[in-house]
Design a protein around this ligand. Structure first.
Ligand code: UD1
Length: 430
């Protein structure tokens, strides 16, 4: 298993290109299952999560063509997907276990083919991750659902029907899945209390290009008129707001200046407001954001995660890493996932002063410096938090379990080295 070695202390400066958003790309790939035609997705990030979902698509019978797209400062991928017919309607355990968002195939398979068998993903480091909202909604649309041998077996032999659904929580995954299912259902589906993350608007944009009839983009109520079939389309994936936010914090923690090329400030309002409150200069440009922390007189800030446009849970661990070295006290409250403080013991091993209260709150009291240690995290964003701590710690930090980072941060070492970090990957055979 590879490791990442970081020698802390360098002030970062320069430009980082922000890749396409992982959490947009995954439902977009699943959307291609809704048509027999070719769908072309560009600006796709080069990440192991994308590879995992592509492997499942191949298993189902999709033909995928992959091309490199070389732009001025950056190389991304373009994939074309075509599922003229299915080889299988089963998403096996081995695929879903590796990548939870494999469950995005549920809605499209059920609505196009009337049958799907999907291994239940189970819990993970950050929480139980149930699928009840996805399954109850599909039942309301007329699906017959059973759990057998760890699999969701869903049938709708005569197709799904439109329904009026009210989500008990604004789940991102359920919003995508039910939206995908409703595009080919008979009649109108109304979904209330949907998630409003920018990745959902990106999915709606692709579905509209494919011929779907959807109203209510960027609001909490979606109205979908089912159509008989969808057709091919081309789509450019939006930039990754969580990657951008993570590198914004890298600028802050090293008291540096980083230009986040391609980042969309509008998608990062809550985290950028916290940086501004910390006296960090945030400049919004037409095609990016500049984070300048060189002269900032930072003080602790409280953050509380919430559904979009609230503060994103996927930036909580990274902000906590920053707060460990900012003077004063900061209160960090996690409202989305029940077990998302797994980075705390590792940050404490590096000298941070953090007190966790119950499952949801932590008080961070800024210390003068952190010191390097071998560390590891149990999830993607927590792993980045440890990289951030390593960037300013005295000595050499080794971050283990790099496969977490490879799921969601494209070319991490390359991007950080380009702005002056002393960071390298140590390749190790399994
Ligand atoms: C997505 C993101 C993840 C992010 C999360 C919240 C992807 C691939 N992942 O995850 O990075 O942290 O949104 O912004 O896009 N819930 C239920 N029942 C359900 C579904 C969800 O109770 O059927 C609960 C969850 O336990 C959680 C909350 O709803 O407490 C939010 O989950 P959800 O928005 O569904 O997260 P994901 O789509 O899994």
């Amino acid at each position: 298993m590879d490791k990442i070695k970081i020698r802390g202390g360098n002030q970062l400066s320069g430009k980082i290109y922000i890749s396409g958003a992982k959490n947009a790309a995954l439902p977009l790939i699943a959307a291609t299952l809704l048509t027999k035609d070719l769908v072309k997705l560009s600006n796709m990030p080069i990440l192991s999560d994308i590879k995992s979902l592509n492997n499942l698509m191949l298993e189902l019978g999709t033909i995928i063509e992959e091309n490199e797209e070389i732009r001025a400062h950056h190389t991304s991928k373009t994939y074309t997907y075509q599922t003229a017919e299915f080889k299988s309607l089963i998403a096996p355990y081995d695929f879903v276990r590796k990548m939870r968002a494999s469950y995005y195939v549920l809605g499209p398979l059920l609505s196009r083919m009337g049958h799907v068998e999907l291994s239940l993903p189970g819990g993970c480091a950050i929480g139980a991750r149930p699928m009840d909202i996805h399954l109850n909604s599909l039942e309301q649309m007329g699906a017959n659902i059973e759990i057998k041998n760890g699999y969701v077996v869903a049938d709708a032999p005569n197709g799904l029907n439109g329904a009026h659904i009210i989500f008990p929580k604004a789940s991102v995954g359920a919003t995508c899945n039910i939206l995908l299912a409703a595009t080919l259902a008979k009649g109108e589906t109304v979904i209330e209390n949907v998630a409003q993350e920018p990745e959902i608007a990106d999915l709606i944009d692709l579905l509209l290009k494919m011929g779907a009839q959807i109203e209510g983009k960027n609001t909490s109520i979606l109205k979908i008129k089912g159509v008989q079939e969808l057709h091919g389309a081309e789509h450019n994936v939006l930039p990754d707001r969580i990657e951008a936010g993570s590198y914004a914090i890298a600028a802050a923690i090293t008291k540096g200046r980083i230009e986040l090329e391609g980042a969309v400030a509008d998608h990062l309002k809550a985290p950028l407001n916290i940086l501004r409150a910390m006296d960090i200069k945030v400049t919004e440009k037409e095609n990016g954001i500049i984070i300048d922390a060189r002269n900032a007189d930072m003080q602790g800030q409280d953050i509380m995660t919430d559904y979009y446009p609230g503060f994103p849970t996927d930036l909580q661990a990274q902000f906590m890493a920053l707060m460990t070295v900012v003077p004063g006290a900061s209160m960090v409250t996690e409202n989305i996932w029940e077990n998302r403080f797994m980075h705390v013991p590792e940050l404490i091993r590096m000298g941070a002063n953090i007190n966790v209260h119950g499952h949801a709150s932590a008080i961070v009291r800024g210390v003068k410096k952190l010191s390097a240690a071998p560390v590891m995290a149990t999830d993607l964003r927590a792993s980045f938090a440890l990289v951030l701590a390593g960037l300013i710690a005295d000595g050499e930090t080794v971050v283990n379990r790099v496969y977490h980072l490879d799921r969601g941060y494209e070319k991490l070492e390359e991007k950080l080295r380009a702005v002056g970090a002393d960071i390298e990957r140590i390749k190790e055979e399994d």
